[in-house]
Structures are given as structure tokens and as C-alpha cells.
Design a protein around this ligand. Structure first.
Ligand SMILES: [Zn+2]
Length: 314
């Protein structure tokens, strides 16, 4: 058996599953699942959530701001925090890893590739990843949703908007668009007067029911979108899975982690692409025939996927 990090062996495997035929000779579409984490966006210059929490959150405790309770208590403060996170994500560019996955989605038959991402940074959509093959497990900084979404009865409002890259979203959030994080601990400490309260009427507003809009991310204490999870389960269970790419994530968080087990049960070969994929811990859960490539997803994905996507234009 070829070693786990043999690129030529991976290419052979990829060619085999993308040119397979059914018993009657008709082409058999491959079934490829990907799970992406912060490591995919690291090469774009975005701080990873787990790797350097302080860098991403500017030492502010996310539990104070990334919760429904915080938003209910002071939507203006939470919006300031998210306006700055939107700004940071917009200040960087998708990398070759995002483009390679988007190219994979375009180069296999529709429905053959499902890409699950834990990232909320909007970089996959900005790399033109076809939306039908992308599932944002934790939502997106660039999605907006009416606060009436969770309400029942007459107060329910189903308004939501995906991939709105407008900056600033409204005049009251313009400071974040200038690169100032008004909620950062250092900024708070340096300020002589308390941060001015933003009235609800000056925050992003639902065009349908005039309620407040909120960032379309999954907050601490919130569930992932149930329908999305159902759809993913359905896709995994529908047939044999040929390949699962685990990219830039240690996959320790549920439900992301369980997809690896489910894909394996569905017959998938697992290929891990991660900085520490070839470390002792990284190799621990490897089955015979699985692949592990230690390195940056931005460097590795274009090379690994080349038999299907060709050479990426740089
Ligand atoms: Zn509404």
C-alpha cells in the first residue's frame, strides 16, 4: 500500500472515482464530502478561532458578545462587534484552497460534491463556490436574518439574506468599516467616555417587518439549522461515499466530527489536509487506505485536486 502522503496514489484514487462506470457501462458520478475548518482560511490571513483566540477576539470574551442574550441586551454593541468581524474578513482574499474546492464543485456532476464549512468568513462564496454544493454549518458573517425568524405565530418573519458584502451596513456601523474595533478590550480601556449607545432604529432593519436584523451566524447556545443538518444526513445516507476531505480542522466539534465517522461507514476513504495531519496525533485515527497530507490547504488542495480541476490559474 502506498504511504498515506503519496500524492500520486491520491491522484490515482481520484481519477478512479471520477471515471468509474456502473455495471451497465454508464458513467457513475463520484460522491465526495468535504469538511472545512479555520485552517482553510488561515493562508488568507484570518486568525483561526481555536489556534489564536486572542487574535480573533481581541482578548474580549466571545461569550459576552456572541450570544442571543447579549444581542437582546445591547444589539448595538453586538452589531459593532460583528461589523468589525465583517470588516476583517472583507480585508482578506480567498486563497487557492477556496478556489480549488470551488473548481472541484464545478468539475463534477451536480450533487456529487457536498462541501461543509465551519467558517463564517464568506471566503468560499467570494471564491465563487457554487452555493448548491456549499453548506455553512455555522452560518455566515455576511448573512442577515430577521429577529422574527425564531418567533412563532404572527410575530414570525422569514426574512433572510445571504452574502450581503455591503460595508458599512448602515451609517451607525461606519467606524468598524474604517478598521476600528470599538468593542476590543484595548479600545474600551483607552476610551475616556463610554461607547455611545446605538438606538435600534439606526441598526440594520428587516425590509419586510421593520424588526431588527441580526448576523446570520450560529451563536453560543444556539442550534445549527435543523433542515440543513437533515439535508446533509440525507446526502450522506443516499449512497456510498467515495472520499471525504477533512480540511483545516481538527474536527473535534460536534456535529462536524461525526461526519467523518458517518462517511467512513458509508465507505469513504478519508483524506486529511491540515498543518498537523502528519503529526502523531493526526495519524492516530488513520485507517489503511486513508490519506494524510500535512501542510497548508492553500498549497495542497490545488495540487491534490489537479486530476479533476486541472491547473488553477494563479
Ligand atoms: Zn422581518
Amino acid at each position: 500500500m502506498a504511504p498515506y502522503n503519496d500524492v500520486a496514489a491520491f491522484h490515482d484514487f481520484l481519477r478512479r472515482i471520477t471515471t468509474a462506470t456502473n455495471s451497465n457501462g454508464t458513467p457513475r458520478a463520484p460522491r465526495i464530502l468535504a469538511l472545512c475548518g479555520a485552517g482553510l482560511s488561515a493562508a488568507s490571513g484570518l486568525a483561526t478561532f481555536r489556534g489564536s483566540t486572542a487574535a480573533l477576539w481581541h482578548t474580549r470574551d466571545p461569550m459576552q458578545l456572541a450570544t442571543p442574550e447579549a444581542f437582546a441586551a445591547d444589539p448595538g454593541l453586538v452589531w459593532r462587534f460583528y461589523a468589525y468581524r465583517r470588516h476583517t474578513a472583507l480585508a482578506v482574499q480567498p486563497n487557492a484552497g477556496h478556489y480549488a474546492l470551488a473548481a472541484l464543485a464545478r468539475n463534477v456532476p451536480t450533487g456529487s460534491f457536498l462541501c461543509l464549512t465551519q467558517n463564517v468568513d464568506g471566503l468560499s462564496p467570494r471564491a465563487n463556490h457554487p452555493p448548491e454544493s456549499l453548506r455553512r454549518l455555522h452560518g455566515s458573517l455576511f448573512d442577515l436574518r430577521c429577529v422574527g425568524f425564531e418567533r412563532k405565530g404572527a410575530a414570525h418573519c422569514d426574512y433572510s439574506l445571504q452574502d450581503d458584502f455591503t460595508e458599512p451596513l448602515c451609517p451607525a456601523l461606519a467606524t468598524a468599516a474604517e478598521g476600528v474595533d470599538e468593542t476590543a478590550t484595548a479600545t474600551v480601556a483607552a476610551r475616556s467616555e463610554p461607547l455611545a449607545h446605538i438606538p435600534v432604529s439606526e441598526l440594520p432593519q428587516c425590509p419586510k417587518c421593520k424588526s431588527l436584523l441580526r448576523p446570520g451566524v450560529v451563536w453560543f447556545g444556539e442550534r445549527l439549522d435543523r433542515q440543513m443538518l437533515k439535508d446533509i444526513d440525507k446526502w450522506v445516507a443516499a449512497d456510498q461515499v467515495d472520499l471525504m476531505l477533512v480540511i483545516g480542522t481538527s474536527a473535534e466539534v460536534h456535529p462536524a466530527a461525526s461526519y467523518i465517522g458517518e462517511a467512513r461507514e458509508a465507505g469513504a476513504v478519508i483524506a486529511t489536509i491540515n498543518l498537523d495531519a502528519e503529526s502523531r496525533e493526526g495519524l492516530q485515527n488513520l485507517d489503511p487506505g486513508d490519506f494524510a497530507f500535512g501542510g497548508s490547504a492553500a498549497d495542497l488542495l490545488p495540487v491534490l485536486l489537479e486530476p479533476v480541476i486541472g491547473k488553477l490559474e494563479s
